[in-house]
Design a protein around this ligand. Structure first.
Ligand code: HEM
Length: 601
């Protein structure tokens, strides 16, 4: 007879039932009604006993080999299920917005407090759910160990063969540090090449606006006695994705994509589709199998079709990355100015001294994929908010004009150069905060022990930042579900949309500049009308509550031109694109820079 004591009630109950069955089976069979019933249920009791004994064995194996060590002095979410633990929090994947993982995690804080640990398969995961605790665990100088990323099968093995990961999923180590240094020192910092990046953003945003004006449904409306246009834009998200992709291709490879070419659009749509699907496959709040021990993990990947899907996406991604790499390689001897300014060119000139081919492939992968959904989704949500808040829109318009001596054309032309209008800066920050496109950010893994209150979080612990909870924390943000740009006007409070601390988003300046420039140009040129819906809660608008990113349902926006004269003054007859794919010979030159000739080394 078993007499194993356990704190797990299911385990304890199983043992009690086995003991009872054993006692029953020892009762000598005797004639009469009781004996007859016992004889009949006897085979069933044996089956139950075997099942329970198997369960007990699983429990024992789980306790000895699989169960992760719980951290003392951090509240623990109890689970009686061996191997699985609390994985039901993320599987099955959320179907309704109320089941979004960030909300589920937030609900648990009522009983356990804002920092607690859960058992996900064989890993202990700490979930952090308030602004102040996120700051303590991510940002404090004494928590240097919160600086790595966990390895997950789905992303690191199925989607990233040849060990080429994005920077954001590379664990801390020499590879990570080299890539980070290369990309920040040559492209993404506030100091190196920023003015070039800004000009590329300025130019691509003009093209975006020209495309929208050309391609959107139009109707004539009267304004102040004058006829003007109203645009019905159904594909703002796609147009913004085109915009972001064009910026990324130009900065990374010096490649200029021409969207008036059908083939180029097809290629762009392929990249946008594949990268979007990858964000859906890689989610750390969806891939429960990544936390299971090996035989189960492989089995789930195979049976669910994830392995096949991830491999197909990997192959499709490889094709376009190779294509652009070849483009840069072929243009390195006689580079155009764009190629010469690109990161790829720096890599070729570097000659492998600071960075090798694999690391460069990771950097390119990062620059193409990171932000391709995030930035456009934020912009779409911002325009949706502005359509619902005309007073904010008008205030931003007047604040912008104030910064540029009441000259809308001048403001339109120069807004990409610097973040001059504080109100628009605050408006973009408020969009990032309220929308929180990655509600559970990206997972972290510790590389050294971290002291938190009375607890010591050991190395190799996974931490999930509930970014949504932090960005909507009432203790820090007054009326957190309302869109109030003023809260960022004279406050040093940071939003958490880009994460924070050692592994904060590397592209945050670039993404912010893109959002700022687009916002200024749209506000200067258009009034936002008739919102498609008055629903404003990002989680309620989200089409994929289980995914890593919030993707609102398609939102149609109606834009009314402020003035035809302004439009012809700023865009005039400037063609949307005049360049052929990959050929920036005829590319519209930057002010004060001759882009028309090929620069020789
Ligand atoms: C609005 C747009 C964007 C948002 C909201 C966003 C958000 C985030 C978040 C939440 C993280 C995780 C940070 C953490 O762990 O603390 C991250 C990481 C990262 N992001 Fe972004 N991102 C955006 C755009 C971009 C762009 C445009 C790029 C590249 C050009 C980029 C490059 C990266 C990289 C490289 C990392 C990993 C940093 C590291 O692990 O050291 N992001 N981003």
């Amino acid at each position: 007879m078993f007499s194993f004591k356990s704190t797990n009630p299911t385990f304890f109950l199983s043992i009690q039932v086995i003991n009872m069955i054993n006692i029953l089976t020892w009762i000598p069979s005797h004639p009469g009604k009781v004996g007859e019933i016992l004889d009949r249920v006897y085979p069933l009791l044996l089956v139950i006993r075997w099942i329970l004994m198997l369960l007990v064995v699983i429990y024992i194996v789980d306790i000895i080999f699989l169960s992760p060590r719980r951290i003392k002095n951090i509240p623990n979410l109890y689970s009686a299920i061996p191997v699985w633990g609390n994985l039901s929090l993320i599987s099955p994947s959320a179907k309704t917005w109320q089941d979004s993982p960030c909300l589920k995690f937030l609900k648990i804080t009522r009983s356990l407090g804002d920092v607690y640990q859960v058992r996900f398969g064989i890993r202990d995961v700490i979930i952090v759910n308030s602004y102040s605790s996120i700051m303590k665990l991510w940002c404090c100088k004494s928590v240097r160990g919160n600086n790595s990323r966990p390895i997950g099968d789905t992303f690191h093995k199925l989607l990233s063969k040849e060990n080429i990961y994005t920077i954001g999923t590379t664990p801390f180590g020499p590879d990570y540090l080299k890539m980070r240094k290369f990309v920040t020192s040559h492209l993404l910092s506030l100091y190196h090449g920023k003015s070039y990046n800004d000009r590329v953003i300025g130019r691509e945003s003009d093209k975006l606006i020209a495309r929208i004006i050309k391609e959107s449904g139009k109707k004539k409306v009267a304004s102040n006695g004058k006829l003007t246009r109203s645009l019905i834009v159904n594909d703002l998200l796609l147009q913004c994705q085109y915009f972001h992709l064009a910026v990324a291709l130009m900065l990374t490879y010096g490649y200029s994509i021409n969207y008036s070419d059908e083939e180029a659009r097809k290629n762009a749509k392929e990249i946008i589709y594949v990268e979007n699907q990858i964000t859906k496959v890689r989610s750390h709040v969806q891939n429960f199998q990544d936390f299971l021990p090996q035989p189960f993990r492989g089995l789930v990947e195979r049976l669910s079709g994830k392995e096949k899907k991830a491999s197909a996406l990997y192959e499709r991604r490889k094709k376009y990355l190779d294509r652009y790499f070849t483009y840069s390689k072929n243009n390195v001897t006689y580079p155009t100015v764009s190629v010469k300014k690109s990161l790829m060119y720096r890599y070729f000139m570097d000659g492998g001294e600071n960075i090798n081919r694999g690391q460069m492939a990771s950097i390119c992968l990062t620059l193409i994929s990171a932000g391709l959904d995030n930035t456009p989704l934020n912009f779409l949500y911002e325009i949706h908010q502005l359509s619902n808040s005309p007073h904010i829109c008008e205030k931003a318009y007047h604040e912008l004009l104030k910064c540029y001596a009441n000259d809308p054309a001048g403001a339109y032309r120069d807004c990409y150069r610097e973040l001059k209008c504080k109100y628009v800066v605050a408006l973009v920050k408020e969009t990032l905060r309220l929308f929180t496109v990655l509600p559970m950010a990206l997972p972290r893994e510790t590389t050294a022990p971290i002291v938190y209150g009375n607890a010591v979080i050991p190395a190799k612990t996974i931490l999930f930042m509930n970014c949504w909870a932090g960005n909507h924390d009432e203790e820090v943000f007054y009326k957190p579900m309302e869109f109030i740009p003023e809260r960022f006007l004279n406050s040093k409070t940071k939003h958490l949309a880009f994460g924070i601390g050692a592994r904060m988003c590397l592209g945050n300046h670039l993404a912010f500049q893109e959002l700022y420039t687009l916002t200024c140009k749209f506000i200067l040129l258009f009034e936002f009308q008739s919102p498609h819906t008055t629903l404003l809660n990002p989680l309620e608008l989200n089409l994929y509550p289980g995914s890593i990113a919030i993707e609102p349902e398609p939102l149609t926006v109606e834009l009314k031109l402020r003035s035809e004269e302004l439009l012809s003054e700023i865009i005039g007859d400037r063609p949307e694109t005049v360049d052929k794919p990959g050929d920036d010979k005829k590319f519209e030159p930057f002010v004060g820079e001759n882009e028309t000739s090929r620069a020789h080394n």
